[in-house]
Design a protein around this ligand. Structure first.
Ligand code: C2E
Ligand code: CA
Ligand code: CA
Length: 428
């Protein structure tokens, strides 16, 4: 057995797996092999120390064991890798339910402190699933495929599960090509930047814009961020791309402020990955603004809620550095994550962006209206301005205006447009 968790170790797992496969051959009830890897465990271990790391692994083992049936096997493969054999499945939905339960269990904060010291670790997990006999006839293939499915889950943004499917090998190949092409794109000036106007709802005037990146691919045409941001993140290229976007954004603000709009701001998206390493590029950003004779608050940084919760990686601390330098912070996709009011207060957020999913639910007498009203009222109490995103219809706009929303963004006003078009729209 594994000394730390008391779970079966790698060798025992291999034995179990072969037994379970035989059982499956007899009963013809399929079996699932589930690989789970913690996201960011290494960082937690480095930050909080090995003792806490060990404590976390023990607690992970407990939660895993309680997430499965008594007949299933949970084993530790080593490090932060665990595996679960779900035997004699009667229903395909059993696998999904277990995977979802594990995701939930792992993303529920872990309390690693004793009475005196509070240490809460926020973590999540990536899960790969293979089925026997569908995905492989022998143990080696099954393990390899489960591992690949898990890896794909990580690549696709973590905190999720993935089934192994044969086309995944193809997906891996495509991905590798894209990584190389993206590297070229950065050197060959293939990135573009668009700006989506943000409207002051009281005056109807454009007062800000969000910078959104595009990739002018030589063969595939104009690509949206959905097609390359996650590759940029997992390959580390997002840092360079983010710096480039920031500079373009700053230059555009400079133009617009010079056109007689001294308070114009442009927001840029900054993902957790861009706060990794030492996150020290904020000094370079500030220097660049100074070079252009711009105030720090000419740029708004858009981050997502979950980034604030990322205390383990010190991401949130790095974000505070930007705030101390008087850059403003906007909380993107609000309502879709796990942010609490306490965090909003702690981080002294300047704007909240209500997620489009809430805005699209805005018709009279629905929950959507009540939700938006509640978010807006709470934000205003905390001195936070509200930007509603994804406004597509006059009805939505009317409901938001009635609810006291400050700012709006969406196709009703404008799609993302080039800098020149933005200048034109503003002059009109
Ligand atoms: P986001 O920050 O939530 O950006 C808003 C997205 O919603 C944009 O998609 C925008 O084009 C789209 N949108 C705006 N109004 C409407 C509307 O009325 N209806 C609908 N259906 N959609 C609307 P886009 O440009 O494809 O960007 C997708 C995501 O990519 C962004 O989501 C952001 O998370 C990420 N992203 C974009 N540029 C950057 C960047 O420079 N750096 C980083 N890290 N992420 C970026
Ligand atoms: Ca955004
Ligand atoms: Ca958003």
């Amino acid at each position: 057995f594994d000394a730390l968790t008391g779970l079966p170790n790698r060798r025992m797992f291999h034995e179990h797996l072969r037994q379970e496969m035989k059982k499956t051959d007899r009963s013809h009830l399929p079996m699932a092999l589930v690989f789970m890897d913690l996201d960011h465990f290494k960082e937690i271990n480095d930050t909080l120390g090995h003792d806490k790391g060990d404590l976390l692994l023990k607690e992970v083992a407990n939660r895993l064991s309680s997430s499965v049936r008594g007949t299933d096997t949970v084993a530790r493969l080593g490090g932060d890798e665990f595996t679960i054999i779900l035997s004699e499945l009667r229903n395909a939905s059993d696998v999904v339910r277990t995977a979802q339960e594990i995701l939930k269990q792992m993303s529920t904060p872990f309390n690693l402190g004793s009475a005196g010291d509070k240490h809460v670790a926020h973590i999540s997990s990536s899960i790969g699933i293979t089925l026997y006999p569908e995905d492989g006839a022998d143990a080696e293939t099954l393990i390899k495929n489960a591992d690949q499915a898990m890896y794909a889950a990580k690549q696709q943004g973590r905190n999720r599960f993935n089934y192994f499917a044969p086309f995944m090998q193809e997906a891996t190949r495509v991905r590798m090509t894209l990584v190389n092409e993206l590297r070229e794109a950065v050197n060959h000036d293939e990135l573009r930047i668009l700006f989506q106007p943000i409207i002051d709802l009281a005056s109807g005037k454009i007062c800000k814009a969000e910078a959104l990146v595009r990739w002018q691919h030589p063969v595939r045409g104009l690509l949206n961020p959905a097609e390359f941001i996650s590759i940029a993140e997992s390959s580390g290229m997002i840092v360079g791309i983010g710096d480039w976007v920031f500079k373009q954004a700053a230059r555009e603000v400079q133009k617009l402020q010079a056109l007689g709009l001294p308070d114009f701001q442009v927001s840029v998206n900054k993902s957790a990955w861009q706060f990794r390493d030492d996150g020290s590029n904020y000094q370079q950003w500030l220097d660049f603004l100074q070079e252009l004779h711009l105030n720090a608050n000419s740029i708004i940084i858009e981050v997502t809620e979950n980034l604030l919760l990322d205390t383990a990686n010190a991401v949130s601390e790095r974000m505070l550095a930007f705030q101390h330098a008087h850059m403003q912070i906007s909380l993107d996709d609000f309502g879709t994550g796990y942010c609490s009011v306490a965090f909003l207060k702690r981080f002294d957020i300047d704007y909240i962006k209500i997620d489009p999913t809430f805005v699209s639910n805005l018709s009279e007498g629905t929950d959507g209206v009540v939700l938006c009203e509640a978010i807006i009222a709470m934000a205003h109490k905390l001195n936070i301005k509200v930007i509603a995103e994804g406004i597509e219809t006059p009805q939505q706009l009317a409901a938001l205006t009635a609810a006291g929303c400050d700012l709006g963004q969406g196709y009703l006003f404008s799609k993302p447009i080039s800098g020149e078009e933005l200048e034109k729209q503003i002059k009109n």
